[in-house]
Design a protein around this ligand. Structure first.
Ligand code: FES
Length: 80
């Protein structure tokens, strides 16, 4: 089973049960947030650093490394 999400309008497909970060990394992305002009993605991978945060379905501050991707999720980058 697969899930398809959109990040900044681009469709990305991953495996059912993957985190959002897992889906994005498997699709070849290494960053999806900007902080002080630097690109950020996964750093700790355990929900501590908040480097991976994205907005999911309009909810900001979601840790991509902790949130399981759901079919149809709309993900947008955050700039902090
Ligand atoms: S990578 Fe550190 S909180 Fe997600």
């Amino acid at each position: 089973m697969s899930v398809t999400v959109r990040i900044d309008g681009e469709r990305v497909t991953g495996a059912d049960g993957q985190t959002i970060a897992g889906v994005l990394i498997a699709a070849g992305r290494r960053s999806w947030r900007s902080a002080d002009g630097a690109e950020r993605g996964v750093f700790c991978g355990i929900g501590v650093c908040q480097d991976c945060v994205v907005t999911v379905n309009g909810v900001p501050g979601v840790r991509a490394c902790q949130r399981t991707a759901c079919d149809g999720d709309e993900i947008t980058r955050e700039v902090r």
